[in-house]
Every structure is written in structure tokens, then in C-alpha cells.
Design a binder for this molecule. Structure first.
Ligand SMILES: [Zn+2]
Length: 366
């Protein structure tokens, strides 16, 4: 795999960083790109970091050595071998490959980013950061980043962006929307739950001239950390000399995060978007993500306070909900434990029944 011709171009409303990728991954000669709406050209230095981060996993799946013909951060290049070690240890279908790039050391920007979808995990990290902002020397989040990995468009997408803009305005942050073809290009070789951390890191790295620090909200808790594409062992390894990438929020379970969101008078629940089964910006109230969030709201004593979800939790739906992927089942196991810890055996039983029906035999978190 050869990554070449890294360039930054102006677009009608922003800037685009792109590279030519010569690989079995891109038989049609597609370029990989990151496009930010608004901003300054200095935000996107034409260097190789974002492309190395995005393409390591696909190259390992394809058994292609990686040659980057653009400078890569010395620190990131050093960490890359640990990233590939983790990948091969966790996912045996990925193979060690040789990485080559000219290395350089450079500074980053001063802004602090947080990837934000208005879901439970990123809302929790935002509220936690706001709670700390009065602490001496704390560098608060300045930008909420939305990476449009699924290349959404249309009225539902506009509706989601409206919610994100609303949260940004209410919390005094700047919303940045970044379009990228990283997911659509790499997905044939990189399974999203294993890959999304690298994809998020690559988006942050594309904005190295702006960001000095960038938070990725955790979906799992320190007590139970199965291999996952975004992980406390992994995310920080994508840092450079000038941009620190931080895996944030793994101290709290999903129920604890919702309790924080439901806390005194915070209007976070008004804008909560958890569901990606239906169109963006809309919660269906019936999928595993929606029902898991409704369980957490019930445990937080906040049922009915989230206007974007049905008011009442139907445990029959919890018993029958499909749970096709392991990260989703992890969430439900952890919620069952939370329910039991809070004396809600009825909810714990419904979750475990749902897990059994979904073919899960582990049943417990931790
Ligand atoms: Zn849903």
C-alpha cells in the first residue's frame, strides 16, 4: 500500500485533506479524504499522520506493507508498532506488516476537541468536562467534532445537525462537521467495531493544526474492557507530539452516565440521540441502543424525562430485542449488573432473558 500525494485543497465551504492510496483497497484509484466545513487552511497540515492511522488496519487485513510518502509524526510512527501488536493480538485475521515513512516532529494547535454524536457516551464526557472547567489550569473542550462517517445527507441528517448545533450553542462550544470516505473505503477490510477508534483518531489527526488535545468518549467501563476499536490501551497511541488523543469516560457505566445526564436541571436529555437503526436524529425506541438507554433512564429515576424516547419502559420489548453484536451485548450485561446493584431485579431478569434469547451464555459483566 502506497500513500502518496497528500494535499490540502479549498472546498466551497471549507478545506479538504486527501491522499492517493495505491492498494487492493482502492482498485478504482479512489483518494482518501477528510473535509472540514469552515475553518482555516492551517488546521489541516498536509502530512501523513491521518492516513497512516486510517490505513493500518486495512493494510493488515490485506497483508500489504505500508509506505507513506509524506512526513509522519515521530511519536505516532513509534507507537504504530504497538498498535499493530494490539491489533494482531486481539484480531487474528490481521497480519503484521512493515510500515515505512519519513518521520518529523511538529507542534499542534491549542483547541480541545470532543467527538460528539449527542449519544450517552459523548454527552457524559461533555458534561464531565463542563463540570471541571472551573478547576485551575483545566483546558476545557472548545470544539465538538461530528465525523460524518456514514456520509449522511437529507432532512433527517439536517435534523441531527440542528440538535448538535443546539448543544454546541447551549454549552458555548464550536461545532465542526467533518465529511470523510474513510469508513466507506476501508469497511470491506475493517470491521467497524474493531476500526472506529482508528477512524476517529484519523479525523482528529487531519485537524492537527487546530487541535492540541482530542477526547474519544468511551463506550465500555474500566471494570470490563473487551477488545474494541476504541479502547484505553489503544486510543492514546494515535497521539503525536502536538496532539494528545484521550480515551475518556471509562470510569462510568452506562447507567452512571445517564444518571449524570439526568442530574439537576441539566437539559442534556432534551437532545439525546442514541439510535442509529433509524435515520439520524431520530430514536426508534425499540432497538438495543434505545432500549438500553431507556433502561438506564429508568435506573436513574428519569423515565419520561427524555423527550426523544418513549416515556415508559416496556420490559417485554427488552426481553425480545435483537442483540446482534458483541459490544451491544456487553452494554446489556453491564446494565443487568447495574439493575441488580440498584435493587431492580425485574429489569435485570428482563435483560438476562433478552441476552439468553440473543444466544448469549455469559450473562454477567466483569
Ligand atoms: Zn433505536
Amino acid at each position: 500500500m502506497i500513500i502518496d500525494d497528500v494535499v490540502r485543497d479549498r472546498t466551497p465551504d471549507g478545506w479538504r485533506l486527501s491522499a492517493a492510496v495505491d492498494s487492493a483497497l482502492t482498485p478504482g484509484g479512489q483518494r482518501l479524504h477528510f473535509t472540514v466545513h469552515g475553518g482555516e487552511p492551517e488546521w489541516m497540515p498536509p502530512v501523513g499522520d491521518a492516513f497512516l492511522a486510517a490505513l493500518m488496519m486495512p493494510a493488515m487485513a490485506l497483508k500489504e506493507d505500508v509506505h507513506v510518502h509524506a512526513p509522519v509524526s515521530r511519536r505516532l510512527f513509534r507507537s504504530a508498532s504497538t498498535i499493530t501488536d494490539l491489533y494482531t493480538a486481539w484480531w487474528p485475521h490481521l497480519h503484521p506488516v512493515d510500515l515505512r515513512a519519513p518521520v518529523a516532529t511538529r507542534g499542534g494547535g491549542d483547541a480541545v476537541g470532543l467527538f460528539f454524536t449527542a449519544g450517552v457516551d459523548s454527552f457524559y464526557s461533555l458534561l464531565k468536562d463542563i463540570g471541571r472547567s472551573a478547576a485551575p489550569d483545566w483546558e476545557p473542550v472548545t470544539h465538538l467534532l461530528f465525523a460524518n462517517f456514514e456520509r449522511k445527507a437529507g432532512s433527517r441528517y439536517e435534523h441531527l445537525l440542528e440538535r448538535l448545533r443546539h448543544v454546541a450553542a447551549r454549552t458555548g462550544k464550536q461545532l465542526l462537521v467533518i465529511d470523510t470516505n474513510v469508513r466507506s473505503t476501508c469497511e470491506p477490510t475493517a470491521f467497524w467495531p474493531e476500526y472506529h477508534g482508528a477512524a476517529l483518531a484519523s479525523v482528529a489527526l487531519s485537524l492537527q493544526g487546530l487541535l492540541g488535545r482530542c477526547l474519544i468518549a468511551s463506550s465500555d467501563q474500566y471494570r470490563y474492557l473487551p477488545p474494541l476499536g476504541s479502547h484505553p490501551l489503544l486510543d492514546h497511541l494515535f497521539s503525536t507530539e502536538g496532539l494528545e488523543i484521550v480515551h475518556d469516560g471509562a470510569e462510568a457505566t452506562r447507567a452512571e452516565k445517564v444518571i449524570r445526564m439526568a442530574g439537576d436541571g441539566d437539559p442534556a436529555l432534551d437532545d439525546l440521540c442514541v439510535c442509529w437503526k433509524s435515520e439520524p436524529g431520530h430514536n426508534c425506541g425499540q432497538c438495543q441502543k434505545c432500549l438500553g438507554t431507556m433502561v438506564a433512564l429508568e435506573l436513574a429515576g428519569a423515565s419520561g424525562r427524555c423527550p426523544t424516547l418513549p416515556a415508559a419502559l416496556d420490559l417485554e420489548l427488552v426481553r425480545a430485542v435483537p442483540m446482534p453484536d458483541e459490544p451491544g451485548r456487553d452494554t446489556m450485561r453491564s446494565l443487568a449488573q447495574d439493575a441488580e446493584n440498584r435493587g431492580r431485579q425485574d429489569i435485570a431478569d428482563a435483560l438476562r432473558e433478552g441476552l439468553r434469547r440473543a444466544g448469549d451464555h455469559r450473562q454477567v459483566a466483569g
